[in-house]
Design a protein around this ligand. Structure first.
Ligand code: VGL
Ligand code: ZN
Length: 198
């Protein structure tokens, strides 16, 4: 069965020096570049927010970054401003080899909805189109790597498993934000959803 590597959000803002830096985020880039050679298909994802995005603490007067708020679709972390459309921080990390990727999925561009998963936005309803793309190409064996383990990687992997794909996460090629125990919670939710952790 054709194997697809889905490389989540290897962007300047999620790497050291970026606006929502994940510790060690840059350490996984060389191994991911290497791994791409062993896959039949590579998909890259890109967090892609307008400046007025509702997930930014800055757009909620008085709110601190990493605090929680309530959105129409449920609880939402308020993040430091990151991955603003067209900004240098939204670009792929310059060391990432983008030449093997057939597709780039962008997410989080609607001002009122955040999107961790690369399949559905955080309302669990609005699709990105990735499931249709993969199914139409008979790509059903998915391997996830990238940033951040406990947000975009986990939400994507859990959605993929629920959609019926065969799903693995290559843990050594991920790094976590780990906000209030989010790493362990993420890991449990993946195991519960039937995601293979390798
Ligand atoms: C992410 C928080 C906000 C991620 C994206 O890529 O994990 N986390 N936006
Ligand atoms: Zn984001």
């Amino acid at each position: 069965m054709a194997r697809t590597l889905i490389v989540v959000d290897i962007q300047v803002d999620f790497c050291p020096g970026g606006r929502l830096a994940v510790e060690g985020g840059d350490q996984i880039i060389a191994p991911i570049n290497q791994m791409m050679q062993d896959f039949d298909n590579v998909v890259l994802t890109q967090d892609w927010h307008p400046a007025d995005h509702s997930s930014f603490a800055e757009n909620h007067p008085g709110a601190a970054p990493f605090s929680m708020t309530q959105m129409s679709y449920g609880p939402q972390v308020l993040w430091p401003t990151h991955c603003v459309i067209g900004s240098p921080g939204a670009q792929f990390h310059p060391d990432l080899d983008t030449s093997h990727a057939a597709t780039i999925i962008r997410k989080g561009f609607r001002p009122q909805i955040d999107s961790y998963s690369t399949f559905f936005e955080n309302d669990y309803k609005t699709p990105t189109g990735l499931a249709g793309y993969l199914r139409e190409r008979y790509l059903e064996d998915l391997y996830f790597v990238g940033l951040a383990y406990d947000f975009c990687v986990t939400w994507s992997a859990v959605d993929a498993a629920r959609l019926g794909f065969s799903v693995s996460v290559i843990e050594s090629a991920t790094r976590a934000i780990d906000l209030n125990g989010s790493r362990d919670a993420a890991r449990s939710s993946m195991i519960e959803a039937g995601v293979q952790l390798i």
